[in-house]
Design a protein around this ligand. Structure first.
Ligand code: 3AT
Ligand code: MG
Length: 339
């Protein structure tokens, strides 16, 4: 499996850019979709305020970070004083309130790392995840949204990668692959590492924005108007970048020693994070540092079997873009690794 890919992409790769951009446009949510989402948020706010008048409602995840497609769910975080009650008690109460207000399929999922209530909106049919006081998610949502405004190639690349990951069955953390959030961080880090750079490292710049969550400072530079031309010197097209992204993850990333880190805009070492893999140990095979919860490895669900699947999928995608005459069909062909 030491197959190597050529260092440069094919000379005619740009012929695929129009097709990829058309696909990207088709994935963007419509105005109608956005207004339905807003209706869901409004009716949720109304339900919540009856029981908790001081609760603040924040949208997070792809409905707020600009990486949402027309298939994305709605993620909501409630910020509220809960006194001596536990988060789980509040969520169970919230589930009762939502059921009484006729939301569908209401379910409290209290055993997850971040406990949530899941429900769907009978009006729009959208599904919605609600968590309580998880302000890290609110902070990382703003960070992703701000990165997306610096160079449009980030949104284009991330939409295509997320779409590919969903169809190829490698966007399922419960099966040992990666979350959408992890893929977006991989795209950001990849664009921070291009020469010339397409994205800066906002956390390494002067801190113009700070939000403190559980004693952790989430701080970075957010005066985006100063960064409008940041990536202009780099002329790479979306086809070239998509190929280079897959090529990077198939052949160039140092899985044995490296941790990708948007926080530093570089690849840092597993050793310095103490994320080393011992023999027979399945952890930390593909490491992605969370930008704010830096103890948190977003690749932690990946095991020996799924890392093999991921690498095969990265190699397949890179090879299709390199050698196929019409790569887009096969690239996004649905596949289920379980069967
Ligand atoms: P979809 O379009 O719904 O696939 P998404 O960006 O909404 O993409 P998720 O629904 O997986 O992604 O996650 C929602 C948000 O929750 C994204 C991020 O702000 C936060 N989040 C998800 N996973 C983690 C994590 N492991 N650590 C910290 N924050 C996370
Ligand atoms: Mg989501």
């Amino acid at each position: 499996r030491m197959r190597r890919s050529p260092v440069e992409c094919r000379p005619d790769i740009d012929t695929f850019t129009p097709g990829l951009l058309a696909l990207y446009e088709s994935l963007r949510p419509s105005e109608e979709h956005k207004s339905k989402q807003q209706q869901l948020v409004d009716s949720l706010a109304k339900s919540v305020s009856k029981e908790w008048p001081n609760a603040q409602l924040h949208l997070y995840g792809s409905s707020a970070n600009s990486f949402g497609t027309s298939h994305s769910d709605v993620d909501v975080c409630l910020e509220m004083e809960i006194g001596t009650a536990s988060t789980v008690e509040v969520l169970v109460r919230l589930a009762d309130v939502l059921r009484a207000d006729n939301f569908d399929n209401v379910e409290a999922i209290t055993s997850a790392r971040v406990p949530i209530v899941k429900m769907s909106d009978p009006g729009s049919g959208f599904s919605c995840d609600i968590c309580i006081n998880n302000l890290f998610a609110v902070a990382n949502t703003k960070l992703l949204k701000d990165y997306a405004q610096i160079d449009q190639r980030l949104l284009q690349l991330a939409f295509l990668v997320k779409h590919w990951a969903k169809l190829r069955g490698v966007n399922e953390t419960y099966r040992g692959t990666l979350s959408s959030y992890a893929y977006v961080l991989m795209c950001i880090n990849f664009l921070q590492l291009r020469e010339p750079k397409i994205l800066p490292c906002l956390q390494a710049m002067e801190h113009t924005y700070t939000m403190t969550v559980d004693d952790t400072e989430c701080a970075y530079f957010d005066e985006l108007h100063q960064l409008q031309d940041f990536g202009a010197e780099n002329k790479e097209s979306i086809a070239e970048l998509l190929w280079a992204f897959f090529d990077y993850w198939a052949f160039r990333h140092d899985y044995r020693r490296g941790v990708i880190s948007v926080r530093t805009g570089s690849t840092i070492s597993k050793q310095e994070k103490n994320w080393t893999t011992r023999v027979g140990n399945d952890r930390h095979l593909l490491c992605i540092e969370d930008p704010f919860e830096t103890e948190h490895d977003l690749g932690r669900a990946v095991d020996r079997q799924t890392i093999r699947i991921l690498k095969e999928e990265f190699e397949r995608a890179a090879a299709l873009l390199q050698y196929n005459n019409d790569p887009c069909v096969a690239l996004f062909e649905p596949y289920d690794h379980e069967n």
